[in-house]
Ligand binder design. Structure first.
Ligand SMILES: [Zn+2]
Ligand SMILES: [Zn+2]
Length: 344
């Protein structure tokens, strides 16, 4: 992650940093005038050298960054773990959350029982932060949720709507991914789509609200749901033929993404030439792009009869960082030693 320090001196580009050990995911977006959006957080994998280090806090330190906005897309542990520390450390930054998880003022939280461990800690920390109205950022697809990011940046929530959040939350065991807050960041001509873990029905709703605009216009996309089939949608991915636009994704575990023919990674390659994965098991330090066929051949486990690749990575090795010019073209793309480009 040492390379990240180089970005701190670059005041011309928009920076996008995707950290994704297996499991875990955080996205950092920084404008040249020093405003940073931090979406989700994770502690590193269980590794003795990492237990006393917070990967996202460490990345912010190396970037010389102070977050202007914090956000939790949904309370799954691979996104929520570690967020409490960030909320307490950067204690004046607004904190975004889909409001179904937060108790109304004077009310009781009906959702705490659904969550446990780090996810409940993060939810409770947001509830405390929201007692300060300046820190309350209700992540709903509504113009009232739009926020500025520096002088020229803007953050917009694409999903869920209030109605979608209420409907999904009404189930006894709601799908957290279905109420996962996808966002769009714009800066000059740059457009980024941050997919959170939104699943296909959620993207269909986004498409309905945003038509006729399409995700094709986006210069970059953080693939949803760790690259799994259930997160794919043409609105977010764009349409064939394959493009060179960067698409970043974080692996979840040995099952996701799936490298079997016709599944997750294969399908993404129908529209995206080069997938930037934050951790490509078995290929740490590989200098060039890795073919998906090589990953299949080198698979270290078979789960439920499908080819899968195991391995956990130190968060400090599992990252991509892109610098984007105001016209949306990529200035530089750097990655940690566990990360690589996956090609067909
Ligand atoms: Zn996830
Ligand atoms: Zn999730």
């Amino acid at each position: 992650m040492d390379d990240l320090a180089a970005l701190a001196d670059d005041d011309e580009h928009l920076h996008v940093v995707l950290i994704g050990p297996s499991p875990g995911e955080s996205v950092l977006v920084g404008t040249p005038d020093g405003a940073w959006l931090v979406v989700d957080s994770m502690l590193g994998p269980t590794h003795p050298s990492q237990q006393d280090r917070h990967p996202v806090a460490e990345a912010l330190r190396r970037l010389g960054a102070y977050p202007s906005l914090l956000a939790l897309t949904h309370p799954h542990h691979d996104h929520a773990s570690g967020l409490t520390d960030l909320i307490n450390t950067y204690d004046d930054a607004p904190v975004g959350c889909v409001p179904v998880w937060i108790a109304p003022a004077g009310g009781m939280s009906s959702t705490a029982m659904l969550l446990k461990g780090d996810a409940e800690d993060a939810r409770a920390a947001i509830e405390r932060a929201w007692k300060d109205p300046v820190r309350e950022w209700r992540l709903l697809a509504d113009p009232s949720a739009d926020r500025s990011l520096g002088t020229h940046g803007r953050v917009e929530v694409l999903s869920p709507s209030q109605q979608e959040a209420d409907a999904a939350h009404a189930y006894p065991t709601p799908s957290f991914n279905a109420i996962s807050a996808a966002m769009r960041v714009t800066w000059h001509d740059v457009e980024l789509i941050l997919g959170a873990d939104l699943t296909t029905p959620g993207w269909q709703a986004v498409q309905g609200r945003r038509a006729p605009t399409t995700g094709d216009a986006a210069h970059m996309h953080k693939a949803s749901h760790h690259g799994s089939d259930t997160g794919h949608h043409a609105w977010a991915l764009g349409v064939a033929p394959p493009t060179h636009r960067p698409v970043g994704l974080t692996p979840y575990n040995v099952r996701v993404p799936n490298f079997a023919p016709g599944r997750d990674i294969d399908k993404l390659h129908d529209t995206i030439d080069e997938l930037a994965m934050t951790a490509v098991p078995g290929y740490a330090g590989n200098p060039g792009p890795v073919q998906v066929a090589s990953i299949r051949a080198a698979r270290t486990a078979t789960v439920g009869g499908v080819p899968a690749v195991g391995g956990r990575h130190l968060a400090f090795d599992a990252w991509w960082a892109w610098s984007l010019r105001p016209d949306g073209t990529v200035g530089t793309a750097r990655h940690g030693s566990a990360a690589n480009v996956v090609i067909r």
